[in-house]
Design a protein around this ligand. Structure first.
Ligand code: HEM
Length: 507
């Protein structure tokens, strides 16, 4: 939360305290309804418990849940919210009662904004969302489609290795976080838009600004009557970036329509080509009333970009930082790569299923550093009783997977340590069936890009560990690596990882 937001909260707090005191004097019997809700901190008027969130809400919420329990009721501004913080509770909300909690909260602005109503991530549950989800899982993110982009991933990973070889020859430290982010952005843009980020448009800048605006804390989301005042300028920034995104996507779609006439049999279809080939047809044959038009295409494409742009690179950044902090884990991974792949070639995607230790490294890193630690908020579609507590319709549901991943009663006393071996024979995977480990969420709203995300993360991580020996810049020891977090839509490392590569393959 930035300082201007904090200042606004403090001034609201003062007003709130006055009205709270008046309420206590005038309405002594207002607690009977609250008693049926899950336990939680007593909210202040207007701001509720927003002031308790701090800069890293997943951490503050874990402390609060330790006091009030794994199903905690908290009011954020005027929005009634339930915080879920144990595997058993997560199973209730995302498994047993998934159908009740499968919607997303909507701000009044969303009514006017097709990007949040015609896409997937923020669209409310219903026939439209179901149709778009099916379209994405069948046509864009299916196993066959993901495999068809293997060549793009191989080329981009090869480029990364080549650029790191140059740094290795010069014995130079590289900003690994930036290099990996660039590679993942290239992979995503070539697959989704069929073009590199270096084109004529400021594609990368616009998308990064859109992610920054979407991830910024906006008080009006929690106290809607403040929205017309636009105290933080969020609405103005949102409208401006929305215009730029729209113009950019229109231009890219126009280019695709124009170029389609010249495609030959070698042409690799990207997501826009696929969606354009379905234009004017029903999104789903069973829901004929929704027809694909340019608006749907833009909204879906934007969701694909925002879903894939930062998630994979952030996951790799955390995992590689953990490997640099734990040289024995790095050594074991490199040993596995030498045995399975050998030093005479780079890693291929067909190797990934044989790399068991790599799989454990990725799970362990996602346990400690889930890139979306509070998942994407859900909303209850009807009143519900969970564990004998009342959850009113339209409550916001936040699942704190970061807290679940570090709970010593689930993961034993060494829960804060990076120990990939813990996954050696416990059968836990990240696909959403094991509620103690949910980096991709679970249930109807679970991540549809999980297969693609996992391949990207494993491939690039394996390539980095296989092709190079890594040392920290002079004077640094593993425990000096900064693991602090920056909170936004996702939670990346606050500071970049720098390291010195030495090429180690024999080709
Ligand atoms: C390591 C990579 C990734 C991670 C860790 C990740 C994580 C997540 C999480 C935690 C959610 C919310 C789930 C929930 O609310 O239960 C989500 C949703 C989503 N993700 Fe991913 N994701 C990744 C990669 C991708 C990729 C590559 C794409 C697409 C190209 C994608 C597209 C989406 C979409 C569209 C949703 C919204 C689904 C809905 O609301 O129906 N993700 N992801």
């Amino acid at each position: 939360m930035d300082s201007s937001a904090l200042a606004i909260i403090l001034s609201l707090l003062f007003t709130a305290l006055l009205s709270f005191a008046a309420r206590l004097l005038l309405l002594p019997s207002g607690r009977s309804h609250r008693q049926r809700l899950p336990p939680g901190p007593l909210p202040l008027p207007i701001i509720g418990s927003l002031h308790l969130l701090g800069d890293l809400p997943h951490r503050s919420l874990r402390c609060l849940s330790a006091r009030y329990g794994p199903i905690m009721s908290i009011r954020l501004g005027l929005v009634p919210t339930v915080i879920v913080s144990s595997p058993e509770a997560a199973r209730l909300f995302l498994g047993t009662h998934d159908a009740v909690f499968a919607s997303r909260p909507r701000s009044p602005e969303a009514e006017l904004d097709f990007y949040t109503t015609k896409g997937l991530v923020f669209t409310e549950y219903g026939p439209y969302w179901r149709s778009v989800r099916k379209l994405c899982t069948t046509h864009l993110l299916s196993g066959v489609r993901v495999r068809s982009f293997e060549g793009v991933r191989r080329e981009e990973a090869g480029e990364l290795v080549a650029s790191l070889r140059e740094a290795a020859a010069a014995c130079k430290a590289v900003d690994l976080s930036t290099r990996v982010a660039r590679t993942m952005e290239e992979m995503a843009c070539r697959m989704i838009l069929g073009r590199s980020t270096d084109g004529e448009h400021d594609l990368k800048g616009i998308i990064q600004e859109a992610a920054r605006v979407a991830g910024a804390f906006n008080l009006a989301d929690f106290v809607p009557f403040l929205r017309p005042l636009d105290l933080q300028g969020s609405t103005r920034r949102f409208k401006a970036i929305r215009r730029s995104v729209d113009k950019l996507l229109e231009k890219i779609i126009d280019d695709h329509v124009r170029d389609a006439a010249y495609y030959d049999s070698e042409h690799q279809e990207d997501f826009i080509d696929i969606l354009l080939s379905m234009m004017n047809q029903p999104i789903d044959r069973r829901e004929e009333k929704y027809i694909i038009d340019r608006t749907n295409i833009k909204a879906i494409i934007l969701d694909m970009i925002s879903g894939s742009f930062e998630t994979s690179s952030t996951s790799i950044d955390w995992a590689f930082s953990e490997l640099m902090r734990n040289p024995q884990a790095m050594a074991r991974l490199q040993e596995e790569l030498e045995t399975v792949v050998g030093l005479t070639r780079m890693v291929e995607e067909s190797d990934l299923s044989k790399l068991n230790y790599l799989d454990m490294v990725v799970k362990e890193s996602m346990r400690l550093h889930p890139v979306i630690p509070l998942l994407v908020p859900r909303e209850s579609m009807e009143d519900a009783i969970i564990n004998e507590r009342f959850i009113p319709k339209k409550s916001q549901i936040i699942v704190n997977i970061w807290a679940i991943g570090r709970d010593p009663s689930v993961w034993s006393e060494n829960a804060e340590e990076f120990v990939p071996e813990r996954f050696a024979d416990n059968g836990i995977d990240v696909k959403g069936h094991h509620f103690e480990l949910l980096p991709f969420g679970s249930g109807r709203r679970g991540c549809p890009g999980i297969q693609l995300g996992l391949i990207q993360v494993k491939l690039v991580l394996a390539q980095l560990a296989h092709c190079f020996k890594w040392e920290l810049p002079k004077g640094m020891v593993p425990s000096d690596i900064d693991m602090s977090e920056r909170f936004g839509l996702s939670v990346p490392k606050a500071n970049h990882l720098f390291a010195v590569p030495t090429y180690r393959l024999l080709v």
